[in-house]
Design a protein around this ligand. Structure first.
Ligand code: ADE
Length: 249
């Protein structure tokens, strides 16, 4: 059985997981860093890929083809789109969509209402649904989260967990107008810059995937300030959840 891959984009997402990896063997490839070792006794390859869809796709391909990983997880941060969600909440993707793929209208915005663009996407659906069995195991493993605090000694409340659609694009969303459109027209709970690209590679290779994102901001006009303030704290919370999931992957 191959190792579990945990893909991260930025150093804050990677740091806590890397610090807890034992016996790590470090490889550099395509300008990316891969740490292969054991996390809580599980064989894991941790990758720091950099931001965006192309980096995620390159790293995912290497994790599958070179490191023989049997399942790929993304652990990191996102901007919240659903107005019911708050900074610190965690969204686990049951579906991912690339929100910047398609064609544009006169105003320059991508036309979302048209949904899937058959001439553009080489597959039949809008985005990708997560593996149902994997999500069921994840739900079961995280059910008792509210009973057991995640952070050792921190005394903090565990984060609120949501399952929903995560949108991916090569843009940091810092706009009320776009935030509102992405929620209304594509039904996104959260937006980030890598998840759907990783998923597309996994689907192409027939490998299961999971995206876990903690909200650092709400993708509106304050998002760049909030991101800076909350990135460390929420990246840690996503990493703690991923560690909890290792036994069921
Ligand atoms: N990751 C964290 N916040 C984000 C945002 N507002 N847009 C895109 N990716 C993000």
């Amino acid at each position: 059985m191959g190792p579990v891959a945990v893909l991260c984009a930025i150093p804050q997402e990677f740091a806590f997981l890397a610090d807890n990896l034992t016996g790590a063997e470090v490889t550099e490839r395509a300008g990316m860093v891969f740490h292969a070792g054991r996390l809580d006794g599980h064989a894991v390859v941790l990758a720091r890929a950099g931001m965006g869809k192309v980096n995620a796709a390159v790293a995912a391909t290497l994790l599958i083809e070179r490191f023989d990983c049997r399942v790929l997880l993304f652990s990191g941060i996102a901007g919240g789109l659903d107005p019911e969600l708050a900074i610190g909440d965690v969204v686990i993707a049951d579906h991912v969509v690339q929100h910047d793929a398609g064609y544009t209208a006169e105003d320059g915005f991508v036309v979302y209402q048209a949904g899937h663009q058959p001439f553009f996407n080489p597959h039949d659906e809008l985005g990708h649904a997560a593996d149902g069995d994997l999500i069921a195991r994840v739900r079961a493993a995280l059910e008792e989260l509210s009973l057991a605090p995640l952070s050792a000694g921190g005394g903090k409340k565990p984060p609120r967990l949501h399952y929903g659609r995560i949108l991916t694009g090569d843009q940091f969303v810092n706009s009320e107008t776009l935030r509102e459109r992405l929620f209304r027209e594509l039904g996104g709970a959260a937006v980030e810059m890598e998840g759907a690209a990783m998923a597309q590679v996994c689907v192409a290779f027939g490998v299961p995937w999971l995206v876990v994102r903690a909200l650092s901001d709400l993708a509106g006009s304050q998002s760049h300030f909030d991101f800076r303030q909350f990135v460390d704290e929420v990246a840690l919370s996503s990493a703690l959840i991923v560690r909890r999931l290792l036994p069921v992957l």
